[in-house]
Design a protein around this ligand. Structure first.
Ligand code: NAP
Ligand code: MG
Length: 397
């Protein structure tokens, strides 16, 4: 059988620990036997990031901007303990944060839905995609413990020396104060990424904030979304028969629970952080969430939502069998390959990616799966190792 050719390389970002092992297995078992795999390889494994003073992460981000599509393995975000473990030169920043900052992107997370693994909310029959604004608010906040008595205010000083102030609180006793911000440009990028992704995936888009209470801050998000929708997107949405729908965050939560899924839920940074964990849990497992970073220019970076599965890696190093689930990492590859095929006008590459997704799901629905899913599966499940699972998929392919 002739292998499927590729025109443009994918930006391939290797990673750490158990997922680095899964990465190599997936390529060997499911990709290179079928495709003439073309990638530009960046090793984002922690040892090489350290060796290059993290330059490799910045280079990978630039490569995504150049080629338009990247696929990333999970990576360690170093902390004090990793500094010691890997004898690092310093605590390098999170690669995901570096790439997100370079692409100014929005992260879309969606569960992989399997027949036989029922969500805790039984009417959620289609996946819910969370679009999380990945800049600002409390994640770039400044905070102070306040000793009383004290007056706290927000003060803005313009370049020409003019100032504006607004009182926060007159403290009679001790307390706390917080200052947060966002920028029009980041909110507009977020809105654009959401509208474009809704069009790409032909799904209705929901957005919700607390604008009744936060009459300036949250209301500004709502206004920017509404303006952009009217000026650039309404006609495209109508042509596809999809909708943009704004509501209050409390109302959104109630509606989401009662819904059947099948839409994108755009969330401010904190709401997205919390709600994506909730959605992942309701659908069954963190190991079954995919994640794609989309920039306003239309660059795409695909990855699994989970981390490097450290606990399994240490078991693996002791020669023990682990039940690490490769599905989200497979879906990162299929997402990237399908997008590459679409951008290159290479329908056979896109078709292969879609077939691999379907066969992966069918393999699980047929009762063959890793241990983490076996406990959730309604029906007879044969628990296999990651390697055996990949071989079962390859055989079906
Ligand atoms: P994790 O790697 O997501 O794993 C947490 C636990 O979830 C695992 O111990 C395992 O549970 C379960 N799990 C997650 N993915 C699984 C899979 N594919 N198959 C089977 N079980 C799975 O999170 P972590 O242990 O908190 O973090 C490990 C490292 O990953 C950290 O260094 C962190 O910095 C990094 N991280 C990277 C990313 C990224 O690159 N996007 C994201 C998050 C974390 P059991 O132990 O119960 O089997
Ligand atoms: Mg979180």
């Amino acid at each position: 059988m002739a292998k499927i050719p590729m025109k443009t390389p994918l930006v391939e970002m290797d990673g750490d620990e158990m997922t680095r092992i899964l990465w190599a297995m997936i390529k060997e078992t499911l990709l290179t036997p079928f495709i003439e795999l073309k990638t530009e390889y960046y090793d984002l494994g922690l040892p090489y990031r350290d060796q290059t003073q993290d330059q490799v992460t910045h280079d990978a981000a630039e490569a995504i901007k150049k080629y338009g599509v990247g696929v990333k393995c999970a990576t360690i975000t170093p902390n004090a303990q990793r500094l010691e473990e890997y004898k690092l030169k310093k605590v390098w920043p999170s690669p995901n944060a570096t790439i997100r900052a370079a692409l100014d992107g929005t992260v879309f997370r969606a569960p992989i839905v399997i027949k036989g693994i029922d969500p805790y909310i039984k009417n959620w029959t289609a996946p819910i995609t969370i679009a999380r604004h990945a800049y600002g608010d409390i994640y770039k906040g400044s905070e102070l413990l306040v000793k009383a008595p004290a007056k706290a205010e927000i003060r803005v000083e313009y370049e020409d020396g003019q100032t504006e102030t607004t009182p926060v609180h007159d403290f009679k006793g001790p307390g706390i104060v917080q200052g947060i911000h966002n920028t029009d440009s980041s909110i507009r990028s977020f809105a654009k990424a959401c509208f474009n992704y809704a069009i790409d995936t032909r799904q209705t888009l929901w957005f919700a904030t607390k604008d009744t209470i936060s009459k300036t801050y949250d209301h500004h998000f709502k206004d920017i979304f509404a303006e952009l929708f009217e000026s650039d997107y309404r006609a495209k949405f109508e042509a596809l028969g999809i909708e943009y729908f704004y509501t209050l965050i409390d109302d959104a939560v109630a509606r989401v629970v009662r819904s059947n899924g099948g839409f994108i839920w755009a969330c401010k940074n904190y709401d997205g952080d919390v709600m994506s964990d909730m959605v992942a849990t309701v659908f069954g497992s963190l190991s079954m969430m995919t994640s794609v970073l989309v920039s306003p220019e239309g660059n795409y970076e695909y990855e699994a939502a989970h981390g490097t599965i450290t606990r399994h890696y240490y078991q693996h190093l002791q020669g023990k069998q682990t039940s690490s689930n490769p599905v989200a990492t497979i879906m990162a590859w299929t997402g990237a390959l399908a997008k590459r095929g679409e951008l290159d006008g290479s329908p056979e590459l896109t078709a292969f990616a879609q077939k691999l997704e379907r066969v992966t799901i069918e393999t699980i629905e047929g009762g063959v799966m890793t241990g983490d899913l076996a406990s959730l599966f309604k029906g007879e499940a044969k628990t296999v190792s990651a390697q055996a699972f990949l071989i079962a998929i390859a055989a079906k392919l």
